[in-house]
Each structure stands twice: as C-alpha cells, then as structure tokens.
Ligand binder design. Structure first.
Ligand code: COA
Length: 168
C-alpha cells in the first residue's frame, strides 16, 4: 500500500489552513497563495470579496447558514502569518455522495487574469473527487460561460435539460 506522506511544507500549510490545504501557483513569486477547505471565514471579509466582483450584498445570517449547509466551502488565501487575506472563494452544495453543484466562484479583481480562477476550479473538483463525487453541475452567468467551457465543462443542450423555478 502506498501512503502519501505530507512534505514538511505541506504539514506547515495544514497546521495554518487545515487538512487538505494546498499552495496555489502564483506568477508573482513574492505572493504565497493557499487553498483551504477548513479555514473559517470572516463573513464581513467574504461579503467584501463577493461585492468586489459585483454581486449584491446578502444578509450575513443567511450567508452563515448557507456556508454551514454547504458541502464544501473553499477559500483562496493570500498567506500572511498574522493576517491572511481572502482573495478567492467557491462553495458546493449537494448530497455528499453522488451530486454536487458549484456556487459563488469568485476571485478578487486585484488578482484576476493570472490563472487563479482556473486553479480554484481544479481544487474544487479535486476536493469533490476525493469525496467520491463525480457528477458536478453549476449555473454560469452568460458572460462567464466560456471560462467554464474552456476548462472542459459541457453546456446543457439549450432549453432541453434544465428547469428553473423562482419563488417571488
Ligand atoms: C470568473 C473568475 C472566477 C475567473 O477568475 P480568474 O482568476 O480571472 O481566471 P483565470 O485567470 O484563471 O482565467 C482562466 C481562463 O479563463 C478566461 N477567463 C477569465 N475570466 C473570464 C470570464 N469572465 N469569461 C470568460 N473567460 C474568462 C481567462 O482569459 C483565461 O483564459 P486563457 O486560459 O485562455 O488565458 C473571475 O473573473 C471572477 O471572479 N469573476 C466575477 C465573478 C464571476 O462571474 N464568477 C463566476 C460565477 S458564474
């Protein structure tokens, strides 16, 4: 049996950011960026990140419940021993076994365009795969569809597979 033994640096990362934390490649070598699915969020900081990409503010208590009820919540952190900053986010809901849906994928505008969004999606999918989940869906805004398509996501045949119902 082959066992994965974390290297010293990944052990240090996991001490600070929780089990499964991984360094994210950054073109700027002065920046250390880390993915974590365990590090707790400051909800005000999370709101600020989501507002910075143009999304409207949601009540904090609802956001807290949504995170609590999510299958997976992933932060991309700019590492700092005293004050790590949240620069990316994504979360998944689902049954924990068969299906998951990805929501709220965002990278701070200050850090966009250097491959972080793509790496964030890879980390999300790898984390779901670790749980044995192989069917993943998401709903993309029209302007972002190609971001996912270029990463191998398959678009639903227009109007044939998807149904929505919105409560007023
Ligand atoms: C979408 C988002 C997460 C991408 O993050 P990013 O760090 O800028 O993405 P990357 O730098 O990893 O880009 C990867 C590729 O996708 C392309 N891309 C980036 N943003 C895109 C967008 N909005 N639409 C289409 N393609 C996009 C890049 O040009 C790049 O292409 P390349 O591989 O040919 O160079 C980020 O722009 C964002 O937070 N947007 C606002 C929130 C949002 O719309 N989220 C998606 C919810 S459906």
């Amino acid at each position: 049996m082959i066992r994965f033994i974390p290297s010293t640096s990944s052990r240090i990362l996991e001490e600070a950011y929780g089990k499964g934390a991984r360094e994210c490649f950054s073109e700027d070598r002065t920046l250390k960026l880390v993915f974590s699915k365990k590090k707790a969020f400051d909800l005000v900081e999370l709101q600020q990140l989501l507002e910075s990409v143009g999304w409207s503010r949601r009540p904090i208590r609802k956001v807290r419940r949504a995170l609590d009820n999510s299958l997976l919540t992933i932060g991309l952190w700019r590492d700092d021993p005293r004050f790590p900053r949240l620069i990316g986010f994504g979360r998944c809901t689902g049954d924990g076994v068969l299906e998951a849906t990805v929501w709220d994928v965002a990278v701070s505008p200050l850090y966009q365009g250097s491959g972080l969004g793509r790496q964030l999606m890879l980390y999300i999918l790898a984390s779901l795969r670790e749980e044995g989940i192989k069917r993943v869906t998401l709903f993309a805004d029209p302007g972002v569809v190609s971001f996912y398509e270029n990463q191998g996501w398959i678009l639903e045949p227009k109007g044939k597979k998807c149904a929505f119902w919105y409560s007023n």
